[in-house]
Every structure is written in structure tokens, then in C-alpha cells.
Design a protein around this ligand. Structure first.
Ligand code: FAD
Length: 354
């Protein structure tokens, strides 16, 4: 041991799609569970962010959950809530591959130590790792924009992360903010029981079909952003919204972003006002990376510069599920790439004698 923490080759932070994929490839590469690598996750059980998806999000309404590497998901009734089906699959996956996941463990900080290790400081002690795979997703970092008057609003404000179904909005008027898929899904759900207003900062970009080439092009845009040290941005901003009947109906009624919030609703600079019982901020999430702050990797542009999955300024750190790999399919591939590079890195630099 280095004295500062328990020695280990690789710590994976987060047990969502990205963390489990990484763990799978670490096991395949010959790292020993528990003593060679470990996954730390602050949830109480398996599933990553899927544990928190709103109950009305069913398997039939998700965009498509790509299986984890090496074990397919058993077929489920398409009406099963994603918040049940995916965690059950992840639980089976962890068991099948005997993945060493420790939870609930919250990683508070990752910092460099003088002995060439990355110290992973957690609610359950400190590990001194030769490499770290960060796979912490975005769910813990809901993004709330700030608008004048927001604090004086007397109705309810909530974020996508707080949404638990439309029942509580029955008979109300709800303003939904945001131009992504979640905004459109929640809008149409709430519109079944309430009146709604949809606002977005920019007119939504729409697409008729979505070809594999367009998918690759969208991922390439995000890849270029993180290579340049910019925040990844949302994939929808790169792809556009699919032109479903739901989207078409919503777009026809969409309004530009309001300018301020009043105690009873929202208002535009031209004097227009709309009363609201609730404002739903479907404004997305940001990468949950606060625990990496001691490494000082943030670029002036606001992101972490990443080449593939490797942090350019800290090659012992890989970000999986970040930027171009922030999808279930992207996370799978990125896990494989990160493990290959880490294996090469550690082979080239044998551990120091304690
Ligand atoms: P997560 O599943 O968020 O896992 C991260 C894990 O890290 C969590 O368990 C968290 O508790 C843990 N963690 C975070 N910080 C710490 C810390 N400091 N210490 C310890 N543990 C920590 N993608 C698709 O491909 N298809 C879809 O249909 C789809 N639908 C989506 C629907 C919604 C509403 C949202 C918000 C996203 C959707 N996505 C979808 C994107 C999806 O989130 C990703 O594809 C993927 O599930 C993310 O996996 P992940 O492992 O990166 O993150």
C-alpha cells in the first residue's frame, strides 16, 4: 500500500451502462475483481440512472436501450416501466459476471498523490489507483437555467429529474421549458390531463428520418467539442428531434422562450403573459464531474479535453459515457476502448515497489 489508501489497479466510478461495460472489459482483460479493479456506485442497488426514470417511461417509449456487452436482456413486456426492467437487467448482469460493485459508496474526490497514484476518496475509505474510469453519467447534475423573477414564482417548479407522472398536474396549466426529447415526451403526457405551454430558446431542429450516417455525424460533432475542451452539449442539439406526430403537434404550438417569471406565471418582453401553476424545466443534465475538480482538468471552454475516452491532461483518467459515448451503445464501445488503453498504460509502467 502507498499508505494513503488501498492499492488497486483500476477504480471505476459509477455502475450505469458505462461503468458496467468498463467493468466487463476489465474482467476480460484479466484484472482481478476486488483486488485488481472495483466499481464504486452511490446508488442503493443496480440500474444507474435508470432507477430514477419517471414511472410512465415504458420500455416501448425509450429510444432503445442497447444491451450491455456479453449478455442480452431477456425480452420484457413493452409496458414494463424502464425504471424496473433496466435495473433488473443490470442486477442480473452484475451477478452473471460476478462484477465487484460496492454500493452505496460516494466518491467525493479524485486527486493525484506523490506516489504516482490517483487517490479516490470516498464515503467508504480511500483507494490508491493506477488508473480511474469515470462513468458517473449526468443524472446527478440536473441543469436549471436562471431567469429573472424565478424566486418569486408562487407555483411549483420542477426538473425532469423530479417528474413522477402527470397525475399531480390534473386541471392545471403547465409551462414546459426545453427543446429535447424529454421535453416533448413530458409535454405530451402532461397535455393528457392539463393545459400546457411549450417554450424553447431556439426553434427546434427537426429531422424526418434518422440514418446511421446522421447518427455518426452527430456523434462526430460531440467528439470534436470534447477534443476541443468544450462542454459536450446535448446529442439532440446535434441530431434534431425526430418528426413524430407527437413532435409535429407540439411544434405547431411552441412559443419562444419567455423573458421573465412573474409570481403567477411567465412573461415576454412584448407584454404577453401566461398564467402557470407549474413550470417544468426539461432543460437537461450536465456531466456529474465535481469530484474530479482537484485534478484541475477543466479547460477555459468549460469542458474536459478528451481524446477518445482519455483525459488529455491526465492519461490515467478515462471518461466513459461522456460526450460522444453518452448513449447506451456509445458507452459499450467506450468501455472497451478505455480498458484497452489502460492495459497498455499499466503494462508500460509497472507498479512501483511500496
Ligand atoms: P448513469 O446510468 O447515470 O450511471 C452513472 C452512475 O454513477 C449512477 O449509478 C450514479 O449513481 C453513479 N455516480 C455518479 N456520481 C457518483 C459519485 N460521485 N460516486 C459514486 N457514484 C456516482 N440513452 C439511450 O441509449 N437510449 C435511451 O432510450 C435513453 N433514454 C434516456 C432517457 C432519459 C430520461 C435520459 C435522461 C437519458 C436517456 N438516455 C438514453 C441517455 C442515458 O442516460 C445513457 O445512454 C446511459 O444510460 C447513461 O449511462 P451512464 O452509465 O453513463 O450513466
Amino acid at each position: 500500500t502507498t499508505g494513503a489508501g488501498v492499492d488497486i489497479d483500476v477504480v471505476v466510478i459509477g455502475a450505469g451502462q458505462a461503468g458496467l461495460s468498463s467493468a466487463h472489459f476489465l474482467g476480460r482483460a484479466g484484472f482481478a475483481p476486488h483486488t485488481g479493479y472495483l466499481v464504486l456506485d452511490h446508488e442503493d442497488g443496480p440500474g444507474g440512472a435508470w432507477r430514477h426514470r419517471w414511472p410512465s417511461l415504458r420500455m416501448r417509449t425509450v429510444h432503445g436501450v442497447h444491451a450491455l456487452p456479453g449478455l442480452a436482456m431477456d425480452p420484457v413486456d413493452p409496458d414494463t416501466p424502464a425504471a424496473e426492467a433496466v435495473p433488473a437487467y443490470f442486477a442480473a448482469y452484475e451477478q452473471h459476471f460476478h462484477l465487484p460493485v460496492r454500493r452505496p459508496v460516494r466518491v467525493r474526490a479524485v486527486r493525484r498523490d506523490p506516489a504516482d497514484r490517483l487517490l479516490v476518496q470516498t464515503s467508504a475509505g480511500t483507494w490508491a489507483a493506477r488508473a480511474v474510469i469515470n462513468a458517473t453519467g449526468t443524472w446527478d447534475q440536473p441543469f436549471w437555467p436562471r431567469y429573472p423573477g424565478q424566486a418569486e414564482f408562487t407555483g411549483r417548479q420542477l426538473h425532469t429529474a423530479d417528474y413522477r407522472g402527470n397525475a399531480e398536474f390534473a386541471g392545471q396549466h403547465v409551462v414546459v421549458v426545453g427543446g429535447g426529447s424529454s421535453a416533448v415526451q413530458l409535454l405530451s403526457e402532461i397535455a393528457e390531463v392539463a393545459t400546457t405551454t411549450w417554450v424553447t430558446r431556439r426553434p427546434p431542429r427537426l429531422r424526418e428520418r434518422f440514418t446511421p450516417e446522421e447518427g455518426r455525424a452527430a456523434v462526430a460533432v460531440v467528439d470534436q467539442r470534447v477534443r476541443a475542451g468544450l462542454p459536450p452539449g446535448s446529442v439532440v442539439s446535434a441530431t434534431g428531434l425526430p418528426l413524430t406526430p407527437q413532435v409535429r403537434a407540439a411544434v405547431a404550438r411552441r412559443l419562444p422562450m419567455f423573458d421573465r417569471i412573474t409570481p403567477t406565471g411567465v412573461a415576454w418582453a412584448d407584454g404577453r403573459r401566461i398564467r402557470a401553476d407549474a413550470i417544468l424545466w426539461a432543460t437537461g443534465f450536465r456531466p456529474a464531474l465535481a469530484h474530479l475538480a482537484p485534478l484541475g482538468l477543466r479547460e477555459p471552454g468549460g469542458g474536459i479535453r478528451v481524446d477518445g475516452t482519455r483525459a488529455v491532461a491526465e492519461p490515467r483518467l478515462h471518461l466513459v459515457g461522456y460526450g460522444p459515448s453518452a448513449s447506451t451503445i456509445g458507452a459499450n464501445r467506450a468501455g472497451r476502448v478505455a480498458v484497452r488503453e489502460i492495459r497498455e498504460l499499466l503494462a508500460g509502467a509497472p507498479p512501483r515497489a511500496a
